[in-house]
Write a protein that binds this ligand. Structure first.
Ligand SMILES: NC(=O)c1ccc[n+]([C@@H]2O[C@H](COP(=O)([O-])OP(=O)(O)OC[C@H]3O[C@@H](n4cnc5c(N)ncnc54)[C@H](OP(=O)(O)O)[C@@H]3O)[C@@H](O)[C@H]2O)c1
Length: 391
């Protein structure tokens, strides 16, 4: 068996670690070419010792020097910066790129993988939220292929007809139903939300994830970003994408067909399932995930999302309807607001208020190319930071 050569962007994060867990179960199938991280140097060094990539990439020269010391004696080239991330995503010997950097920082390396025609295992939803149109164009032009890692989109992908080509109606699809756990505050009294702490917000009831996406799950901005992500991945209109709250996180999403059939994908909530699916696609490999015991689970429940409790979800639908730069503005302001909340600089409810103000001020900015989108991303961050500082 010829192994699949992998670059893992964001190897030290939650998705990166789960990816390496699946890879370690199948050493004959996968070979690591590059691992990247940002700040967790000891963890990256440990991963490098175990998986022996040819390249390791970190954020800056100082960290690269430290990592070099940690890896002394090993034949691993240590590099740093965005250009190095782009390069290890486009190396000729790389077959698949796991795009699992968090936030807007993941955009450029994912674009590089798209232009180089790689199979992209896309966890970094921000790439599609910020620049969906340009990214999908780059995937097409570069001859790349895209497999979604986000559990919902991976479930939709698996529930779509084989050979789905972006034409929902042509394949008899009526709607995409994205499930959402509802996060830790689904049933908390609305009047107590003002007092929510970062520690409470990151304590997700069903998933173990990085801090930023955990806060996004609490506000349901994560689901909003996923609605935008689904729009690009499946070429769906906003009204063809519906969110349904399903607190048990057993059904990971569904596709409804014109004849009334609804196809769903189920598993014990564990990101190693969509990761293993995408790593081995179209084959299936063991992921180490506990088997689903439906009799033990007993009950699956569903409810409609409450847009008053979750204003961020409504803002995401609005940004999608506005189009252009609006989703990128929303994403940038959200990254700043979530970072400030995690730092105890703003209260929980100020997250959605910040997004709403930034979106209203900038929504008509041009979005004709990637550079304009990056400029509006920077402008949105500046305004968000000013609003945060004034609070
Ligand atoms: N976790 C999940 O279950 C899940 C599910 C679906 C989708 N996703 C998506 O997957 C992506 C990763 O999520 P995660 O939960 O794995 O995040 P995470 O645990 O915070 O990990 C983020 C990774 O990105 C690296 N990184 C952070 N800032 C960077 C920068 N400026 N430049 C280069 N690398 C940087 C981090 O390096 P250091 O740790 O070394 O600093 C780490 O390796 C996100 O887009 C998220 O929305 C996650």
């Amino acid at each position: 068996m010829t192994p699949i050569n992998l670059t893992i962007l964001g190897a030290t994060g939650t998705i990166g670690v789960n990816t390496l867990d699946v890879v370690a179960r199948h050493p004959e199938r996968f070979s690591i070419v590059a691992l990247t991280g940002a700040t967790q140097l000891d963890k990256l060094a440990e991963q490098c010792r175990q998986f022996r990539p040819r390249y390791a990439v970190v954020m800056d020269a100082e960290r690269a020097a430290t990592l070099k010391t940690l890896l002394a004696g090993l034949d691993i080239e240590v590099r740093w910066g965005v250009e190095a991330l782009e390069e290890v995503s486009a190396l000729p010997e790389v077959d698949s790129v796991m795009a699992a950097i968090v936030g807007a920082a993941g955009l450029r390396p994912a674009m590089a993988a798209a232009r180089a025609g790689k199979r992209i295992l896309l966890a970094n939803k921000e790439t599609l939220v910020m620049a969906g149109h340009f990214f999908m164009e780059a995937v097409k032009a570069g001859g790349a292929s895209l497999l979604p890692i986000d559990s919902e989109h991976n479930a939709v992908f698996q529930s779509m007809p084989a050979g789905y080509d972006g034409n929902l109606a042509g394949h008899g699809v009526r709607r995409i139903l994205l499930t959402a756990s509802g996060g830790p505050f689904r049933s908390r009294a609305v009047e107590t939300l003002a007092a929510v702490t970062p520690e409470e917000a990151v304590a997700h009831p069903t998933w173990v994830m990085g801090k930023k996406i955990s806060v996004d799950s609490a506000t349901m901005m994560n689901k909003g970003l996923e609605v935008i992500e689904a729009r690009w991945l499946f070429n769906a209109r906003p009204e063809q994408i519906e969110v349904v709250i399903h607190p048990q996180s057993i059904i990971h999403s569904m596709v409804e067909y014109l004849d009334g059939s609804v196809l769903a994908q189920l598993y014990t909530p564990d990101m190693r399932t969509p990761i293993a699916h995408s790593l081995a696609y179209p084959e299936r490999v063991a992921a180490g995930v506990p088997w689903l015991d439906l009799a033990k689970i007993g009950t699956l429940t569903f409810e409609a999302p409450d847009f008053q409790r979750f204003p961020c979800l409504k803002l995401a639908y609005q940004a999608l309807a506005t189009g252009g730069a609006a989703p990128a503005i929303l994403n940038a302001a959200n990254e700043e607001a979530v970072a400030a909340f995690l730092d105890h600089r703003i209260p929980y409810l100020a997250i959605s208020e910040t997004l709403s103000t930034v979106l209203a001020r900038l929504h008509d900015r041009p979005a004709g190319n990637l550079e304009e989108l990056e400029a509006v991303d920077a402008e949105a961050r500046n305004i968000a930071q000013a609003l945060i500082a004034a609070l």
